[in-house]
Write a protein that binds this ligand. Structure first.
Ligand code: PMT
Length: 433
């Protein structure tokens, strides 16, 4: 099992459709990651947004305001007293027009100022006057991020309804490796889109564990049994959960996808490893979503060395059942008498989908089954869309039309949230929006 840095690669996570004609304000504060605000601004403009930039004096040392002006087509504000007039709208009326304000990169300093109610320059004043949702995308050295004062300020801001994306783990500009990297533009855009779509931080206070991807069951060091899962569905659920405020842990089989920003990720290979990681992580979780395609069988005696192709054992690989992860969670829940953990499974079917999914739901002891017929075009494995039916313990199933996996993720989490509220879990009082 290995922990993996979020966003070790680049892939499209944002839909872009919703950003057309929206007014997005980017507040750039002074750190080496300030240059990345240019990429964010450019991508937002390409998505059709009207982008305004406000910079601190220190940020302007790292990246030229002229660059951001050229990218956005709007004047860049650096001081409350001068350039802001160029907006033709003062900072208060800009805040009226803003659909989302994003602080990227957000330094320890700006997080501290806003948390303590200090407004002594254009950036801190605009954030303090904001009527729109505010997203902080922090970037700083690991030790600064881990500083208890920073963490207390972040916790205070989260409590007050401010959103955070990242920071991510990875190589840092100051050398070394750790938490503190600015989340990639696509991840920041995903969070902006979540705001624009009107999604609140309604999973705040809940711990969510999600499994994703396939498992690989080795026959020998060079061969394994597996399936075509890419992790797109499971990763979409984890991304949506963290954007809605949940403390989110992703346990993923081998995929080429980087984990979403802000999501702790444990990488595993086999069903047995996934079983151990899940049983551990779900002990204090409120919601478990099993989107992984876990192998039901594994070779009983995997060879430690490559088996020769003419070896008779290759034609008759003896299999044994893997542990059923989600059914084990349900059994533990039953035995403990503590029913706060909500269990959501996915069922990959090829025929009689609802019937089979309902049978699995009952057999495994789950609260909700998300059934997908993987033979349908645009559904199931290795596509960006899915066609699912929500099968509940009681009541009629709900068939949803074909939609992007990110939307499926939100629909599943909406349904899970209702179950969470019934179950009464959560460490803090969850937001009601
Ligand atoms: O990753 P993608 O390419 O985006 O594809 C998405 C998907 C098709 C993998 C996903 O939508 C999906 O259907 N995931 C579940 C696939 C599956 O394993 O279905 P199942 O019917 O075999 O299992 C039912 C449930 O039991 C699942 O929640 C599964 O995680 C769980 N299970 C299964 C076996 C096992 N040993 N332990 C388990 O926990």
């Amino acid at each position: 099992m290995a922990r993996r840095a979020p966003n070790a690669g680049v892939y499209a996570v944002s839909g872009n459709i919703m950003l057309k004609d929206k007014t997005i304000v980017i507040c750039v504060t002074g750190g080496i990651a300030a240059y990345k605000a240019c990429d964010l601004a450019s991508k937002l403009v390409q998505a059709g947004a009207n982008v305004h930039v406000i910079m601190t004096r220190n940020a302007a040392e790292f990246v030229g305001p002229l660059t951001l002006r050229a990218l956005t087509g709007n004047p860049v504000v650096r001081s409350l007293f001068d350039e802001i007039r160029e907006f033709e709208i003062g900072h208060v009326s800009l805040s009226e027009k803003t659909d989302c304000l994003v602080v990227a990169p957000a330094t320890l300093n700006i997080i501290g100022k806003v948390a303590q109610g200090i407004a002594d320059d254009a950036v801190s004043t605009i954030i303090s006057a904001a009527k729109s949702p505010v997203i902080f995308a922090p970037a700083m050295h690991t030790s600064m991020w881990n500083n208890p004062i920073t963490q207390a300020n972040v916790a205070r801001l989260k409590e007050l309804g401010y959103r955070f994306v990242g920071p991510d783990r990875g190589p840092l500009a100051s050398g070394g490796w750790g938490i503190g990297r600015l989340a990639p533009s696509q991840e920041i855009m995903y969070h902006i889109e979540t705001v624009i779509a009107g999604r609140g931080t309604d999973l705040t206070g809940y711990k969510v564990v999600v499994t994703s991807g396939p498992t690989r069951e080795p026959i020998d060091p060079v061969r394994f049994l597996s399936n075509p899962s890419t992790g797109r569905m499971g990763h979409a659920v984890a991304r949506a959960a963290v954007a809605r405020g949940a403390e989110t842990l992703l346990i993923s089989g081998p995929t080429s996808l980087p984990p979403p920003s802000g999501v702790e990720c444990v990488e595993v290979n086999t069903a047995a490893q996934m079983f151990r990681a899940v049983m551990d992580a779900a002990a204090d979780a409120d919601l478990y979503v099993g989107a992984a395609a876990v192998a039901d069988y594994a070779p009983k005696n995997a060879s430690a060395v490559k088996v020769k192709k003419d070896d008779a054992s290759m034609a008759h690989v003896e299999l044994e059942k893997t542990p059923d992860i989600i059914a084990s969670l349900a059994a533990r829940r039953r035995e403990s008498g503590d029913h706060r953990l909500v269990l959501v499974g996915f069922a990959a079917e090829t025929d009689n989908m609802v019937e089979h999914a309902r049978a699995k739901l009952v057999e495994k002891g789950l609260d909700l089954m998300v059934a997908n017929d993987v033979t349908q075009p645009g559904a199931g494995f290795a596509v960006d869309t899915n066609v699912v039916t929500l099968v509940r313990k009681d009541g009629k199933p709900t068939a949803l039309p074909k939609m992007a996996k990110r939307e499926v993720a939100d629909r599943v989490l909406d349904e899970a949230l209702a179950l969470l509220r019934q179950a009464g879990g959560g460490s803090t009082q969850p937001a009601s929006d």
